[in-house]
Design a binder for this molecule. Structure first.
Ligand code: IPE
Ligand code: IPE
Ligand code: MG
Length: 252
């Protein structure tokens, strides 16, 4: 599957009355802070995840409206499997429900759903819900919603190295012909442009094993806002901030 073929940078922006010059094509978000949001309110962490799911709806809708081509959301990391069993189970239930409840909206809004990560580790009901939505939305080209689920960048890189090593052993590729493109094409994000903008909520100044290869030249924005409190207004402010950045890519 090559997303660049099926998913050209599209132009059918719903709103045109906004300065969209230099908008990012691909936005990635580390949605952090659900637990702290709940703790502040003396609630169970699960309540924070539930509220966080509402923010996901808001931001997906907003990205579609303003014409973002790809939105990649870090929803569950390979390390998150080490959380207490009840929390992992609650997150998986929430995810399955979310996928079912959003299916119609994805179709109505021409959004294609994709997942990146060790999908095989997810429970069967989540895998089925994912598969259904992915197949149903396969032809959509208004926006690509990429969910990073059971995702870890190191696992992704290990997989890429193994793939390429096998191809070298079998004589399919020559080590001298390994380029950036060969590597990019062996990652989950094959065919997608790298993120232009990475947002992390909740103030933590770290990457937490997200898209290590793909963010080489991505602009980073960290906000103290906890993910359940993150709003469309703040998102739009961050885009405005991004619009004024000078991306040099190592040049002068
Ligand atoms: C992000 O919120 C959601 C996931 C990682 C699944 P957290 O659950 O990490 O919230 P904090 O960091 O504990 O506040
Ligand atoms: C990163 O958040 C993973 C997701 C948002 C899914 P974490 O809460 O797991 O990251 P750390 O533990 O603070 O680095
Ligand atoms: Mg966290």
């Amino acid at each position: 599957m090559n997303f660049s073929e099926t998913h050209p940078i599209y132009t059918d922006r719903v709103y045109t009355d906004r300065d969209t010059a230099n908008y990012p094509s691909h936005v990635a978000i580390i949605m952090d802070g659900n637990g702290r949001w709940a703790k502040q309110r003396l609630l169970n962490r699960i309540k924070g995840h539930e509220k966080g799911a509402e923010t996901v709806r808001t931001i997906v809708e907003c990205c579609r409206e303003i014409g973002i081509s790809i939105l990649t959301l870090y929803a569950f990391s390979t390390e998150n499997w080490q959380r207490p069993k009840v929390e992992v189970a609650a997150l998986m239930t929430l995810l399955a429900n979310f996928l079912k409840s959003e299916q119609k909206k994805l179709l109505d809004n021409n959004i294609r759903l994709n997942a990146i990560g060790q999908i095989e580790r997810l429970p069967e009901n989540v895998r089925n819900a994912l598969h259904n939505s992915m197949v149903l939305t396969e032809e959509n080209n208004g926006m690509l919603l990429n969910l990073a689920l059971s995702y870890g960048a190191r696992a992704e890189i290990v997989g890429m190295v193994k793939d390429i090593a096998i191809k070298v052993r079998e004589g399919i590729i020559d080590p001298d012909s390994i380029t950036d493109e060969v590597i990019s094409d062996s990652l989950y994000t094959k065919g997608m442009p790298d993120p232009d903008l990475l947002i992390r909520t909740s103030g933590e100044m770290r990457i937490s094993n997200f898209l290590l290869w793909q963010i080489a030249y991505t602009e980073i924005y960290v906000t103290d806002t906890l993910w359940p409190d993150f709003s469309k207004d703040e998102f739009m402010q961050i885009l405005k901030n991004y619009q004024h950045r000078k991306r040099r890519f190592g040049k002068v």
